[in-house]
Design a protein around this ligand. Structure first.
Ligand SMILES: NC(=O)c1ccc[n+]([C@@H]2O[C@H](COP(=O)([O-])OP(=O)(O)OC[C@H]3O[C@@H](n4cnc5c(N)ncnc54)[C@H](OP(=O)(O)O)[C@@H]3O)[C@@H](O)[C@H]2O)c1
Length: 262
């Protein structure tokens, strides 16, 4: 199949104020895309929107709000219907995490992580299905994690949310295909972003401690390439891929490794 063209695409991107979302927007801008940038922090969104226009985006508009707010999600869909008439790409990137033993964690942390990482992504897709159907060569991009392929101790809420996102992505891909909508699941490993500064709880550290992350520009470049090449799944980090392969070949070995940390 021919490569997907990015020229002039109408894109809704969540979690655009920093990290992978911001880097992705910067790499999409030169294609002349139209971008709606959703996140809670206004200042970085305004600064990014100005930069994107300088880089060639046809438009870049901040939407300041919380993805877990159902009214906001409905309003965003209304705005897209009114201004664009359709949507070519939904990028569900907003995400949060927490570190620590589940026993010492709280219902509020579990609820918030599931709300942001899973429910908001699924419900935003539901809100925009009719718009994606009206779009051109439409695509949903879900930013999951390698921890949606293998659970690790002290990150249980996050693993659960990313497993949910992966399962849901796999299940709805064929449903969407009927309407000509594609779905790409991205499963990054540790990436060099502000992610670990925004943890909802700082308990026990992950088994691999503090690890040098992959530069965010590299991850964004791989996502852009995967979008163009119509890939269904990518894991843009060799350590993450290694964990995935090891877990497929010998889950008991990985269990034993993880047990040493639990
Ligand atoms: N960094 C990693 O090592 C890594 C590894 C695997 C997967 N990921 C995934 O990559 C995605 C992006 O994370 P990142 O690494 O780029 O971290 P980041 O720099 O912390 O970015 C997270 C983004 O999500 C937004 N966000 C969080 N809660 C939100 C809410 N309730 N409503 C709206 N926006 C919200 C944040 O914006 P505001 O704070 O302005 O709202 C921010 O723009 C996440 O889904 C994460 O799970 C990251």
């Amino acid at each position: 199949m021919a490569r997907r063209s990015l020229a002039d695409r109408r894109i809704l991107l969540t979690g655009a104020s920093s990290g992978i979302g911001r880097a992705l927007a910067l790499q999409l801008a030169p294609f002349g895309v139209r971008l709606l940038l959703l996140a809670r922090r206004e200042a970085p969104l305004l600064e990014l929107a100005a930069e994107l226009k300088r880089l060639g985006a046809s438009s870049a508009e901040p939407i300041v709000g919380d993805v877990t707010d159902a009214e906001l999600r409905a309003n965003v869909a209304d705005q897209i219907r009114r201004d664009w008439g359709g949507l070519d790409m939904l990028i569900n990137n907003a995400g949060v995490s927490a570190h620590g033993r589940f026993e010492g964690s709280s219902p509020a942390v579990l609820r918030q992580i599931m709300e942001v990482n899973f429910f908001a992504a699924a419900e935003l897709a539901r809100e925009t299905f009719s718009l994606l159907k009206a779009g051109d060569d439409s695509l949903v991009v879900n930013i999951g994690s390698i921890l949606g392929h293998r659970g690790v101790p002290f990150n249980s809420e996050y693993c659960a949310s990313k497993f949910a996102l992966r399962g849901w992505s796999e299940a709805i891909r064929p449903e969407l295909a009927r309407d000509g909508i594609d779905l790409l699941l991205v499963s990054p490993g540790t990436t060099d972003t502000e992610f670990f500064d925004h943890l909802l709880a700082q308990g026990e550290k992950l088994p691999w401690g503090e690890q040098q992350g992959v530069p965010v520009e590299k991850v964004a470049a791989q996502i852009v390439r995967a979008i163009e090449r119509r890939r269904h799944e990518i894991s843009p980090n060799w350590r993450g891929r290694l964990l995935g392969v090891l877990n497929r070949l010998s889950p008991r070995l990985v269990d034993r490794l993880m047990n040493r940390y639990g």
